[in-house]
Design a protein around this ligand. Sequence first.
Ligand SMILES: NC(=O)c1ccc[n+]([C@@H]2O[C@H](COP(=O)([O-])OP(=O)(O)OC[C@H]3O[C@@H](n4cnc5c(N)ncnc54)[C@H](O)[C@@H]3O)[C@@H](O)[C@H]2O)c1
Length: 261
Amino acid sequence: MGKLDGRVVLISGAARGQGEQEARLFAAEGARVVIADVLDEQGEALAKELGEGVARFVHLDVSREGEWQAAVAAAKDAFGRIDGLVNNAGILRFNELVTTPLEEFQQVVQVNQVGAFLGIKSVAPEIEAAGGGTIVNTASYTGLTGMAFVGAYAATKHAVLGLTKVAAVELAAKGIRVNAVCPGAVDTAMTNPAALDPTADPEESRAAVAELYRKLVPLGRIGQPEEVAALALFLTSDDSSYITGQPFVIDGGWLAGVSLF
Ligand SMILES: NC(=O)c1ccc[n+]([C@@H]2O[C@H](COP(=O)([O-])OP(=O)(O)OC[C@H]3O[C@@H](n4cnc5c(N)ncnc54)[C@H](O)[C@@H]3O)[C@@H](O)[C@H]2O)c1
């Protein structure tokens, strides 16, 4: 028996990274998963690998309300209903606040913050119609504290936590629990842009990343997307049946404080 037997979960940004691992783990735990992303080729390949009875890919730009409606319709067409959502899609831009172009700030808000809002708005009525379920929002370590050069991103992740709390309160009576994951540094293309650069030396960039987090993080390493997926599974399954409205930090102890030695 899997922890998600019979469940249908839509995961945004699931073509790669944490979303991909969430799709793989949820499917292994018995869920049918809707892989929603702008990366059509990668998303299609993952859905094909997991199998037609288990996974479907839908093209979804989370910042567009019409695309959410189409994705929900496609998910219901494939699996009959939706009773879980993981709002995972996100983008990161590095810039000092005073030099951040307005367009860049707005683009980050549109994907990370508006995207999470539209996900809740579009999918919660379906989860209610299915008899209740769960929403997991993806915030960040930077949803709880500041970090230089990621002002737009941190602002949106703080907003995601606000949305999480309001949604939890509004949707509790409809049988929907809403929580958030707050990852620290996780080993995906987002934290290691060199992974997307074919000219970068993979060994060199892996070593540089390992050294950085050995110093920064009490547990001495970067997190793995599979570890965040395990937390998202906990928050999507009945194991967390009395938990709603909460941020869950998964950061190797980074937020706990600094070490002088
Ligand atoms: N990697 C980290 O260290 C870290 C830390 C804290 C929080 N997060 C958050 O975790 C989530 C997943 O990120 P990741 O680390 O897997 O990075 P990633 O870049 O590998 O994955 C992000 C996914 O979101 C998709 N996406 C981007 N814009 C989209 C849009 N408009 N519509 C639909 N999909 C879109 C991308 O195509 C990609 O598949 C993000 O919300 C990110 O902010 C990541």
